[in-house]
Write a protein that binds this ligand. Structure first.
Ligand SMILES: NC(=O)c1ccc[n+]([C@@H]2O[C@H](COP(=O)([O-])OP(=O)(O)OC[C@H]3O[C@@H](n4cnc5c(N)ncnc54)[C@H](OP(=O)(O)O)[C@@H]3O)[C@@H](O)[C@H]2O)c1
Length: 284
């Protein structure tokens, strides 16, 4: 039995789908099983919240492996540690944690600080572990869809800063490999797509795939910060977000690795492939 946390989100949905297609026994954790769209005949849904330790015990009981994913935010440390405590109590044999690129490096990025305690706790635990540190998800560009559909420009806070944009389906396939075989125990993988792409590069791909013009408008980082504060985010969060955007703009995340190929035995999917598979969402 494999427990998939974050089972209704970007990566977890794909992990559940692939495991179910392979005939694995899957338990999908969500706070709201009634609202979750899960393949019910193949997957057992379990209601649990990281903030409720008893619910984590119920979710973990009888599981052989756990896919550990947290929504981004400062709660990641507390949630990871709560789940790993439940893992220890129930003697779960294997944990695959979704972390983020750059974790453990001296970047000052907030997301790395959120994930590091969970990674360290995994190293100290009894369960076999694998850590996945993906780069920027292709799905992050879905938030441009309504702008593109209505002919508005895409905002660019990161200039020509490039990233190894990765298809979430590849992250999920690597997770499934690590969850279902012992081959990846004790490994930390930095997962990237096959090419470095700036935001204008991604827009260029979308122009070609959609066959329509898309404008880009540069947005200075101090404006991004003010927009976040105006939208109700606290100033510290806004400062952290802008720090991350500046890091990308300055080329800090311009990294490619061969880890997807090493695990899956094939090249990582391109952003163009992802965009082609999501044309409908962008209104074509
Ligand atoms: N986006 C990127 O480019 C990127 C890059 C590298 C790493 N990452 C990492 O990827 C992770 C996010 O993955 P994602 O995009 O797949 O997540 P997501 O789509 O935002 O989904 C979040 C999931 O977490 C669950 N969840 C939220 N709060 C919960 C709680 N209190 N208790 C139990 N479950 C809870 C939600 O389930 P319910 O609502 O159904 O309960 C949902 O399934 C973050 O850790 C982030 O640091 C992201």
């Amino acid at each position: 039995m494999i427990l998939v946390t974050g089972a209704t989100g970007t990566i977890g949905t794909e992990v559940v789908r692939i495991l179910a297609e392979r005939g694995e026994r899957v338990r999908a954790m969500t706070r709201n099983p009634q609202g979750a769209r899960l393949p019910a005949e193949l997957v057992q849904a379990v209601q649990a919240d990281y903030g409720n330790r008893d619910s984590l015990d119920a979710a973990v009981a009888g599981a052989d492996a756990v896919f550990l994913l947290n929504a981004p935010g400062p709660w990641i440390e507390q949630h990871d540690l709560a789940m790993l405590d439940a893992v220890r109590s129930h003697g779960v044999g294997r944990v695959v944690k979704l972390s983020a690129i750059g974790t453990g490096e001296n970047t000052g990025l907030r997301v790395g600080a959120w994930h590091l305690p969970g990674e360290r706790a995994l190293h100290q635990g009894e369960a076999a572990w694998t850590v996945l540190r993906p780069s920027s998800f292709a799905t992050n560009t879905l938030h441009w869809a309504s702008l593109i559909r209505s002919g508005q420009p895409v905002p660019n806070p990161t200039g020509d800063g490039a990233q190894g944009v990765i298809d979430p389906r590849d992250v999920a396939e690597v997770a499934v490999a690590a969850l279902t075989t012992p081959d990846h125990a004790g490994r930390t993988y930095t997962l990237t797509g096959p090419e470095l792409l700036s935001l204008p590069d991604q827009v260029d791909v979308l122009r070609k795939v959609l066959g329509r013009p898309i404008e880009i408008v540069d947005v200075p980082l101090d404006v991004v910060k003010q927009q976040l504060i105006a939208a109700g985010r606290d100033p510290e969060f806004a400062e952290g977000a802008v720090h991350g955007q500046r890091f990308i703009a300055e080329g800090g995340n311009a990294r490619l690795t061969g880890d997807v190929t090493a695990v899956l035995g094939r090249a990582a999917r391109t952003y163009a492939t992802w965009a082609g598979d999501h044309r409908d969402t962008f209104g074509v």
